[in-house]
Design a protein around this ligand. Structure first.
Ligand SMILES: Cc1ncc(COP(=O)(O)O)c(C=O)c1O
Length: 436
């Protein structure tokens, strides 16, 4: 059967079914799956700037770990909006918190106080074992804010000469898309054509603590790294790396800033990826899952001696810490407070990784990650990561390439073991050995 053209929401991908099989799998209800069809991109979004190249699936609704497209086909979401949907789509507790707040108060700006902000910040600070929170919206804003705070701390507290502050970052980093952040990216797509670039950053190889030691000078104010690099392909550093970075930062009076925007809040089987190595940074940058998959909520979290350098007028955001965001973020923090989500991610992650390891040598070169977070390098015969993700979507599983032939899985933590097994069976079907 060939169906081309439009959908209830307008022109979307052309979809050709190539021998549709009825599927009866994990759950007994009447789920419809996207298996055994071919997805091809058409110009489905002529009015949307082309800063993304999405897999041609047009989502209409979602619940838990499942997404339904405009034609009613269901997909197991193994991307979880890059970890922003850690608790599943439309988790009832989060939706209830949002609804309740929508009926009370949504926005004050920071010109006035709201009754939501201080309780949220107190709860988040406690979760992080820190004293203060600077609430923002997107991940990139949290990173920008962390950079500003580190520079200000360097000048006010450490005594670095004005305008001389340096921040050490890692090759392969991904911290967002603003002009300052792409200034210290080594991804040509992210960086080229957007200069002039912001100075004050020194790049060193990721995972090499000695390189950080060599790069730290008297004007260094911070080391900014992802504890596990996400966009680089879920790159896990050597076990001694983060402890050595921690020690170096303490020794040289440098702030250790951990960008846990993608790795944090349960994803790796712990609240923060840094915990996997018993490391506590000076500054946490948080985002994505903090908004419960509902609104953008991000934060810089640190002790008073760091965040206390900011004074009124020096930084801000109209929406940062708004009552709706604070209510949802507070519920997220409450959900994480008994450790059960983290434990679930650890247990299910062990299962996911065990299943993925079986593919090594059978279409897959290597698998990395922690918890419910996996980077998978495909054998060259499998084509690009994007081509594979399209095949995977045709079998009813949503995932996303990071670059080249690497893809990433980050399913919502509500996913079940049976659903992971189902996804792994679809993964096996999506592997293509016909080109060998
Ligand atoms: C580690 C990390 N930091 C920062 C960001 C930027 O977050 P946002 O897209 O919300 O600006 C991302 C996004 O993927 C990320 O993975």
């Amino acid at each position: 059967m060939v169906r081309n053209g439009s959908s209830p929401l307008g022109s979307i991908a052309a979809i050709r079914f190539v021998g549709a099989q009825p599927t009866s799998i994990v759950c007994a209800d009447v789920r419809r799956y996207a298996r055994n069809m071919t997805l091809t991109s058409t110009d489905a979004e002529p009015h949307v700037a082309r800063n993304y190249s999405p897999i041609p699936v047009t989502a209409a609704t979602a619940e838990g770990a499942w997404v339904t497209d405009v034609d009613g086909r269901r997909y197991l979401d193994c991307l979880g909006a890059y970890s922003a949907v850690n608790f599943g789509h439309r988790h009832p507790r989060l939706v209830a918190a949002a609804r309740d707040q929508l009926d009370r108060l949504t926005l004050t700006s920071r010109a006035f106080r709201s009754d939501r902000l201080e309780p949220f910040c107190a709860a988040l600070a406690e979760l992080c074992g820190k004293e203060m929170v600077l609430p923002m919206n997107t991940g990139a804003e949290a990173v920008e804010s962390g950079i500003k705070v580190a520079r200000k701390w360097g000048y006010d507290v450490k005594g670095v000469p004005d305008g001389q502050a340096e921040i050490v970052v890692a090759h392969g980093n991904f911290h967002g898309r603003t002009t300052t952040i792409i200034s210290f990216s080594d991804d040509p797509d992210a960086r080229n054509g957007f200069g002039p670039y912001t100075p004050g950053f020194v790049q060193v190889p990721f995972g090499d603590a000695r390189a950080i030691a060599d790069a730290v000078g008297e004007n260094t104010v911070a080391v900014l790294i992802e504890p596990i690099q996400g966009e680089a392909g879920i790159v896990v550093p050597p076990d001694d790396y983060l402890p050595r970075v921690r020690a170096l930062c303490s020794e040289h009076d440098v702030l250790f800033i951990a960008d846990e925007i993608q790795s944090g809040l349960g994803r790796t089987g712990t609240t923060f990826a840094c915990e996997l190595w018993d490391v506590v940074p000076d500054v946490y940058l948080l985002g994505k899952a903090l908004g419960g998959g509902i609104v953008p909520v991000s934060a810089v979290v640190a002790d008073r001696d760091v965040l206390g350098v900011l004074h009124p007028g020096q930084h801000g955001s109209t929406f940062g810490g708004n009552p709706l965001a604070a209510a949802i973020g507070h519920e997220v923090v409450d959900m994480l407070s008994d450790g059960s989500w983290q434990q679930r991610a650890a247990d299910l992650g062990a299962h996911l990784h065990a299943r993925l390891r079986d593919f090594v040598g059978h279409g897959v070169v290597a698998v990395r990650g922690r918890g419910l977070w996996a980077g998978i390098d495909l054998e060259p015969e499998q084509g690009t990561g994007k081509e594979f993700c399209i095949r995977l979507a045709e079998h009813g599983v949503l995932a996303k390439d990071t670059h080249g032939s690497t893809l990433r899985l980050a399913p919502p933590i509500v996913v079940t073991e049976d659903e992971i097994d189902w996804a792994m069976d679809r993964f096996a079907e999506a592997l293509d050995f016909s080109r060998r």
